[in-house]
Structure formats: structure tokens, C-alpha cells
Design a protein around this ligand. Structure first.
Ligand SMILES: C=CC1=C(C)c2cc3[nH]c(cc4nc(cc5[nH]c(cc1n2)c(C)c5CCC(=O)O)C(CCC(=O)O)=C4C)c(C)c3C=C
Ligand SMILES: [Fe+2]
Ligand SMILES: [Fe+2]
Length: 345
């Protein structure tokens, strides 16, 4: 009989309509991985921040029809991955979003109904952060307990330099760079979602992994003398976030009259942070600063090579247990390894 394998794709989730924005933001700020305060303080603060942020967020999501396309885009990746892995057995890819539906508890019930022989957790975050993959793994474990889902589970923690992910992004970079080069020497920004600096100082490996992705991508592009820099976008709140900010570097490059190419390296599909922040807000900044050209490289989405790379990670997890593509003594994903549910099959 063929093996039944459930793949659980982790992503952040996004509000699917304007009324979902406030509860989505509440869920985000109530996460102890995001706001590191004890309860009831955290929940009170989450309620207040969500209330205040809702106005800004409604304007953001209004630019893309009032809701996030993250779920349909993740569903397309799920279907592509199932097709790519059909030879392993009966493979079904489920989606567990962290802050909006379908969330881990709903998904754990669906996985239980599927009755798999094995579960493989696969974050749609190439770089590990305690705020994203770490947080999703923690709630997945709780959801499994509640759903009484007790199946051998393996986890992929991260894949910051996975060769086919990098190759797919490099192809997009080469195309944008060639177009921008008609206007002068392009300034290339490898832009990742930022984090409060204190989370990185507490040991989160995300920034270090983002820099490895950027370096791998610069190298794989094969563009001689590429002028690139790692930057961080999407700052919210009053804390100090990691630098340099994507906005500041765009401002500087635009005022220097340079063509600008922005490559989102921590997102693997399109949503508000790419379609609004990068394509509308930062483009405006570049135009106003006088940049002769502003191009944003698309995310990999359901690109054939990228999906094949994810499939390789699943196959490695299927064979060996918890996988770490770098395998460098734990530096790359310490939290994932001490925390991810992993049972010998
Ligand atoms: C690499 C991925 C991400 C990290 C790391 C991350 C950390 C992080 N995010 C916030 C606050 C917000 N993020 C918001 C949207 C959002 N964030 C990510 C990814 C990462 N976040 C994605 C993919 C999205 C888009 C969701 C969608 O539109 O579908 C938002 C909501 C939008 C807004 O109001 O700007 C907030 C708020 C914090 C505080 C944080 C780390 C501490
Ligand atoms: Fe975010
Ligand atoms: Fe790893």
C-alpha cells in the first residue's frame, strides 16, 4: 500500500477582507514571539496596537482589493508541490497560517482526517526566525495535541541558500538588471522583512540567514561587479529595527540618480509587502527622489525550479529526519532544532 504523506506549509496568513484586518492584527501582536511580554499585558497591548494599526493597514489592503492574496498564492504552491511529489505516495499539502485562516488548529483536524503515515512541516520562509517558523512550529505542536494527531513528524527548518530557490531568483535578477542597466549602473537591494534589533540580539538567526541568501544570489546571478546591498523593509512600531532600511537605501540611490532594482529575498509569494510596500510606496519614493528606473523582481511563487527545490527538501526530510540544508553545527537554526516536533518514523 502506498504511503500517505501530509506536508504542512507554514505561512503568515493575511486578512481576506477588510473586516478581518483588525482580528488578524490582534493575532499577530498577541503572539509571544512578536511581543515578548507576559499576559495579561501582552493581550492588552495587542488589542491597543491592533486598534491603532487597523487604519493604516486598511489603506494598505485597500490598494489590493481589501484583502491579501497570500492564501490563493499559497494554495497554488501547495498544488504544484503535490504534483511534484506524486511519486512518494499519496501526498497532500495542507496550509497552516499563523495569524489568519486556515490556522493550525483547523489544519491539524484536516490532517488527522487524512490519516497520514507521516507529516512533514515545510515553512514558506526560506530563512528561520523565531517570529515566523519558530512561532508556527510552536502553535503546530499545541494544535497536534488538541487534535490528538500523533503521527511521526519531521520538519524542514530553513533553506536560505537552497540552490533552486537561489537559481529562480537569480533569473529574475538578471532580467531586471539588464533592463535597468540601460539607465546607468543599477543599485541592487536584496530586501527582506525587518525585525526589531533586540530579537536578533537575543539570538534569532534570521538576519544572518538573509545575508547568506543575498550573498548566494549575488554570486549566482553571474553579473560582474554587481553593486548590491542587504536591506530590511516593513518596519512597524517604535522599537529600533535592523538596518539598513530599504527605504533609506532607495532614497540615497534615487538622489544619486541610480537605476534601482529591488529583490525581495524573504518572501516566496506576492502579498501586501510586495504589491503595496515595494510596488507602490517604495516606487513613489524612488520616483520622487529622481531615480531614472525602479524595478522590483517578482517572488518565486509556483516557479517550477523553486517547487522542485522544495520537493528536494521534503524528500530529504522524508529520508533522514529533521533537515537543515546548511547543517553547520546548529548556528543556522538553533531554535528549530531544539523546538521542532520530530519523532523517529
Ligand atoms: C520573513 C517574513 C516575516 C517576518 C520576519 C515578519 C516579522 C514581523 N512582522 C511584523 C508586523 C507585521 N507584518 C505584517 C505583514 C506581513 N508580514 C509578513 C512576513 C514577515 N513578518 C508577511 C508575508 C506579511 C503580509 C501578509 C499579507 O498581506 O498577506 C503586518 C500587516 C501589514 C501592516 O500592517 O503593515 C504587520 C503589522 C512584526 C512586528 C514582525 C516582527 C517582530
Ligand atoms: Fe510581518
Ligand atoms: Fe536549518
Amino acid at each position: 500500500m502506498s504511503r500517505r504523506i501530509a506536508i504542512v506549509l507554514f505561512n503568515l496568513g493575511g486578512p481576506d477582507n477588510p473586516d478581518a484586518i483588525r482580528p488578524f492584527l490582534f493575532n499577530l501582536f498577541a503572539d509571544p514571539a512578536i511581543i515578548r511580554l507576559p499576559n495579561p499585558l501582552r493581550v492588552i497591548l495587542a488589542w491597543a496596537i491592533a486598534r491603532k494599526r487597523t487604519r493604516v493597514a486598511k489603506d494598505i489592503y485597500a490598494e489590493i482589493g481589501g484583502g491579501s492574496p497570500l492564501l490563493p498564492n499559497t494554495e497554488a504552491q501547495a498544488r504544484a508541490l503535490e504534483a511534484e511529489l506524486a511519486d512518494l505516495g499519496e501526498v497532500k499539502a495542507f496550509i497552516a497560517m499563523r495569524y489568519w485562516h486556515p490556522m493550525s488548529q483547523e489544519t491539524a483536524m484536516l490532517v488527522k482526517d487524512f490519516a497520514p503515515d507521516e507529516v512533514i512541516l515545510l515553512p514558506l520562509y526560506p530563512q528561520f526566525s523565531t517570529t515566523t517558523t519558530g512561532s508556527s512550529m510552536r502553535v503546530w505542536r499545541d494544535a497536534c495535541r488538541i487534535a490528538r494527531l500523533d503521527v511521526p513528524t519531521r520538519a524542514v527548518c530553513c533553506y536560505p541558500t537552497e540552490s533552486r530557490f537561489i537559481a529562480a531568483m537569480a533569473a529574475g535578477l538578471r532580467a531586471a538588471h539588464a533592463e535597468a542597466a540601460a539607465h546607468g549602473r543599477p543599485r541592487v537591494l536584496f530586501s527582506a522583512h525587518g525585525l526589531p534589533e533586540k530579537i536578533v540580539k537575543a539570538g534569532d538567526p534570521y538576519q544572518w540567514q538573509c545575508e547568506r541568501t543575498a550573498a548566494a544570489l549575488a554570486e549566482a546571478s553571474g553579473i560582474p561587479d554587481l553593486d548590491w546591498v542587504s536591506t530590511y523593509q516593513s518596519r512597524v512600531g517604535r522599537l529600533k529595527w535592523i538596518e539598513p532600511s530599504t527605504e533609506a537605501v532607495i532614497h540615497e540611490a534615487a538622489h544619486a540618480g541610480r537605476p534601482i532594482v529591488v529583490v525581495p529575498i524573504a518572501f516566496v509569494s506576492e502579498h501586501s509587502e510586495t504589491l503595496v510596500e515595494l510596488d507602490i510606496e517604495y516606487r513613489k519614493l524612488a520616483d520622487e527622489g529622481g531615480a531614472p528606473c525602479y524595478l522590483r523582481v517578482p517572488t518565486v511563487g509556483a516557479d517550477e525550479g523553486f517547487i522542485a527545490g522544495l520537493a528536494d527538501l521534503v524528500r530529504a526530510g522524508h529520508r533522514r529526519g529533521s533537515t537543515c540544508e546548511a547543517g553547520d553545527g546548529g548556528r543556522i537554526c538553533p531554535a528549530a532544532f531544539s523546538g521542532c516536533p520530530s519523532k523517529a518514523a
